[in-house]
Structures are given as C-alpha cells and as structure tokens.
Design a protein around this ligand. Sequence first.
Ligand code: HAM
Length: 420
Amino acid sequence: MIIKQKGTMDIYGAEAKKRKYVNDILHTICDKFNYGYIDTPIFESSELFHRGIGDTTDIVSKETYDFKDRGGRSLTLRPEGTAGVCRWYVENKLYGNQTEPIKVYYIGKMYRYDRPQLGRYREFNQFGVEMLGSNDIMADLDVISLAYNTYNILGLKDVTININTLGDQESRDNYRTALTKYLKPYAKNLCPDCRERLSKNPLRVIDCKIDGENEVIKNAPITIDYLNKESLTRYEKIKENLDLMDIKYKENFRLVRGLDYYDHTVFEITAEVPEIGHLALGGGGRYNGLINLLDGPSTPAVGFAMGYDRTVMAMEYSGFNFDLKEDIDVYVMYVSESEKETAAFLTQELRMNDFITETDYLDKSLKGEFKSADRLKAKFLVILNDEDLKNNEVNVKDNITKEEKLININELVEYLDSNV
Ligand code: HAM
C-alpha cells in the first residue's frame, strides 16, 4: 500500500468544509481591504528563494525542497509566498507608471522540510497579503489591521500581536555589529547552530529556540537601542496609530523573524490554544530591500502571512462554531428504471434552482433510498412513480413532518421554494 508522505495531509469531509468556510471569510475580508487575488506557481527557480529569503536562514539552508527537473533546471517548491509575488512584480515590470500600490493576496500550499508535529507540516497552507509600492506607515497599518481583524473574525480573540522594528539598513547594520561584538566572547556557550549563525546571520541567534532562555541571549543588545532617529520616529508613529485603531499589541524587542528580507516593522501573531499551548499563527513585516535584491527597482513593500492549518486548528481547539451545513434540501427517489429519466431531469432542474439535491446512483430499492435520504438529512423527498407521472405529478414528502402531497411537476420548484 502506498501511503501519504510524512508531514502531508488529506483534507476531506468535515475538515474540508471547515476550510471552505474559512476561505469564504478570507476572500470577503480581502475584498473589503481591496486586495486582489493572485496565484503564483508552486515551484520557482531555486535562486529566487535562496537569494530572496537568504541562504543562511534555516528555511533555505535546512528546509527547502530543491530538485532538478528533467531539463536540468534547479527548482524549489515555494516555502512561502512573498518571494513569488515579488518575482511576478519585477517580471511584469509593474513598477512602471504605478500610481497606486499593488495589493494582492494568496491562499495556497507551501513546502518546508520541517520536523512534522501538531501544527507543523511539510506541506502546509498560508493565507498571505502583500502591498508593493508604499513606504508610508499607512501601508504597515493596513496590513497589521487586516491580520488583526482576520483572527478576530475567525473567532480567535485572544491572539497577541508581537511587534518590533529592525529599523532601516543603517540601524540594522549598527545592531548587527553590536550584537556580533557582544556575542563573540560567548560563542562556546551557544548551541552549534548559533555558533555558525554568529558569523553568517547573528540576528537569528536572538530568537533561537534552543538558546532563547540562555542568560547570554537574555542580556544581549536589543534592536530598539540601535535605531537611528528616523527609524525610531517611524516605529513610534506606528505604535501611536495602532493605539488609536484599538489594535492591541505587545512589543517584543527580540523578534527578528526567520527570513532575511525584513527591515523596519516586523510582527508575529501568537496564541495560547487550549490543549495545545503556544502557537505562532502568522507573521509579517516590511521588506523594502527585497524587490531590489530580485533585480527590480528599489520598491518599498510590506506583507503578512497566516499559517492557515494552524489557524484552523486553533479555531477547532477554541470551540469555534463553523456552522457547517449538514443537511440537503431534496432527495429525488425513483422506484424503477422507467422513472430514471425524469429523476435525472428533475435532479438537474432542482439544482439549477438552488436546491441542494441528491438522488440514487446505485439502483437501490425504495427502502434503500429512504435510508440514504435520512442519512443525508434530506428535508424533502421527491418520490417518482409511473402512476403519478402519467398525471404529470410527483409525490413530495416533508421528511420532518412526514406529510405527503401530490404536486404538479411544473409547480414543484415553486412549492419547494415556499417550503424548504
Ligand atoms: P513565516 O513566519 O515564515 O512568514 O510563516 C508564516 C506562518 O506560516 C507562520 O507563522 C506559521 O503559522 C506558518 N507556518 C510556517 N511553517 C509552517 C509549517 N511547517 N507548518 C505549518 N505552518 C507553518 C512567511 O512565510 C512570510 N512570507 C510572511 C510575510 C508575508 N512577510 C511579508 N509578507
């Protein structure tokens, strides 16, 4: 027997219905915030992610699915959505004559060779938004507001928005220098990964899962102390506006994020989920250097991505009512072969008139059809038999009150309309 790969999921039944419900909400929210839907390829040239996300990040150095296609091209299954959106923007030269920022959102599969566990998969889904072409704090606020309101609408009221700023390039460089200088003497106290990060990507040492509780890290310099005036003012303004918008946040000066492309605002959404504990449900920030790094003109941008699977799981564990529709409107029953044609015709007719309609595909006995109708929780049964059909009539049974009525076929839709 061939079984599914570690860290992948088959989504079906009630779980699939929940996701459809969540998708509908996400599309509606993005309509309101005026983000347009985008669907970029699942595989892209490896260089896009290696360059864009950063060769020394865990995502790229340990977690990407890299492969060669039959033409010898180096490809990677996308580990996230931001780099693909920027590639699309640059490739289509969308920066020319642009008078408004570009606002797009995506919902799709991502791939990371992570250690699978509850809420962590190798094939997972993200919902994300990106705004390209604005450096104004209004753009940062738009994205944070969308993230905050999305979790709220999805019933996750107790999420925490952790925010920080890395500042502009100058501030980041200053911080990096100070941090490296501070950490060097303690190199031997750090985990093997962090010892390597120290020379390649010292910022990542700060939010290491292993060394996080280490006193050396706890006393390390923090980003806010190395911001130049401009970066600090920008950060303060963002916080002031978040207060005005009544968006609750928590400052976390050790938040640096796991991808290299960020500057200025960074944020992460976490939640304490009953029975599961602490979960990172999403994250984002500003990435003013990425489009330039991908051969486009220097273009400011900001975005956010939600861990879709984790969010649905958090909703489930928090007792969210998904309002799943479990019944159907009509079950069309036929007794013999001769009524099949009418059954097929009527089933289509009812569906095209917006009734959720089912019929028998297995040539069951009438008794079997009644059982199916009950299993499917049909509200009405349309029972066909040749005798009634001769008079152009069908027997309609209310499956709840058990009341039966002969209805003219031409009046069936109208009758059901006023009764379903
Ligand atoms: P990220 O923090 O790497 O950011 O991922 C966003 C979210 O995806 C995480 O908070 C988590 O909920 C979810 N996630 C990550 N890995 C897994 C996994 N293995 N299994 C299940 N869920 C996972 C980004 O990807 C950025 N592109 C976000 C962004 C958009 N920044 C700017 N624009």
